[in-house]
Each structure stands twice: as C-alpha cells, then as structure tokens.
Write a protein that binds this ligand. Sequence first.
Ligand code: SF4
Length: 306
Amino acid sequence: MSSRYYTVNDFFKEKFNEKIYKVSLDAGMSCPNRDGTISVGGCIFCSDSGSGEFAGDNKISITKQIDEQLIFMQKKTKEGKVIAYFQNFTNTYGDVKYLKKVFLEALSHERVVGIAIATRPDCLEEPILELLSEINKDYFLWLELGLQTTDDNVAKYINRGYPFSTYLEATKNLKLRNIKFVTHIIVGLPKATKNDSLITAKEAVEAGTWGIKIHLLYVVKNTYLEELLLEKEFKLLTLEEYVEICSDIIKNIPKNITIHRLTGDGEKSTLVGPIWSLNKLNVLNSIEKELKKNNSYQGELLEKNI
Ligand code: SF4
C-alpha cells in the first residue's frame, strides 16, 4: 500500500476497519453498444466477456457465484467481508425488477458489505436511478462509469457510443442522489494526445467523481484493436510512458479521491501486449519509485497551485 496516494483499500480500512476484498459477478447482462441498440461491435477494447474476464459464471445464481468465489479466496481471507462487483457488460441495462432482484440478492449475502455496479452513463434512466437511490439509502453502493476519455473524437474512434455530455448529465443525476461513482480512464488510447488521461482525470474530479480507476490500454487477441495494432494505427505505451502519465494524474487529483486501480488486467494466454503489463507489482513499484524520486504525492500540484 502506498503512502503517496489514497487507495480504495485505505478507504475500506477507515470505513470497515478491515481489508475488504471484491468478488466479481456476471449477472447475465447485455450492452447497448453490443446488442445493436447503439452498435454491434462494442468499444474497440471490449472482450467477449464484456470486460469481465475474472467474474463468476452467469449460469448460476448470484449467491452461488459469491460462495464459489469465496471458496477460491479462502487462502486470502476466511471470514472477511467483500464487495460484490457486478462487472460484465452494462449492469443497469435491463429490466429494473430483475436488476433489483440481483442487487438485493448480493446484498443479502452475509459476507457482502456493499455492491459496485459497472455501467455506461447512457444507461441511467429515471427508473434505474430511483432503484439505485433506494438501495443507496440502506446499503453501501457505488457505480463504475466507463468514461475512458473526455475527447469526443477519441471516443468516436474507440466506438464508445456516447458523447462526453452524457457522462456529465449522468454524474449530475448521481450527485443529486448522493450516489458515489468511480470513473474509468484508459491510458494509451489510439488517437489520444499525451495529456488525454490527465485532462480526463481532471474533468472527472470536476464532475464529482468519488474514485478513479486507471487502466492501461492492453490488446487482447482476436479483437479489432489487435487488427489496428498490426496495421500500425497506434503504438503500445512503454512502461516509462505509462508511469509518467499515472504519476502526473496522481499529483493532479485531490487527496480524497479514491484510487481503485493503476494497472491493466490482461490475461497471459490472450494478451498481445504490452507484455510488461503482466508484472503488475513492477508497474506499481515503478509508479511508487517515480513519485518517491521527487517526494511527490496525491494532490501535490493542486497545493502548489493555490
Ligand atoms: S460499454 Fe462496456 S460492455 Fe459495452 S461494449 Fe463498451 S466495454 Fe464492452
């Protein structure tokens, strides 16, 4: 754990007084960017599992998925509490009654202290906002919004399927209801400028984000992104470039913003690159080293700009 930035684990320790793990669930959702409502191709980095490689099996119940993952996690924790993370595809896209059922089922599990829901900002209509608001009154909840970039040209190129203004509208609605949200940012997107991720992080803070999840763009086999890479449409980032961008983001965001991730999550068997991303510990250590070099920390540059 770093003393130079505020991780979500630091937050958990403060709130729950213990280390909290996450169990990733697949509730059998779809996505409007894949089912033809917006497009069929999806975001160009999306995998067949809808960005949920490590989640449970949607053929079994939510309770069973949680139980199975807890067995798998026994070496790490025997009795510890967990956050149930609805990860695959768009988890506010569907019948509200069904969504209520699966969210409450997860929350009724004795080891679950809260839920995290991954979704798109264009899938937060009034009935779902009402449901989330209701849940938020009694339980610990946050939403995860896949923004990736604030640049609408880059967003079009990656086929995100909604403009930045939709994110701003959604975050306004969430803030009105005191619902926490985490913003996903992808570093190294094709057509993005070097400052793209830093600008995106600053805009997310401005929009009231509770947390930030920084992903490295990695390329998975048999995706459109792999084709683009082979056609030399973009280049993969080096470790040094990635470390510099992450450090800049950390220095430029307020100290109370929770940092949920600073690495990519590629699987060895399907990863095309960057190969260095497989050594997550080295990535984190390199960021730590970079910050330590100049005695830097989260929010440092905001303090200096006052
Ligand atoms: S919004 Fe998520 S699930 Fe849908 S296509 Fe994009 S990455 Fe995939």
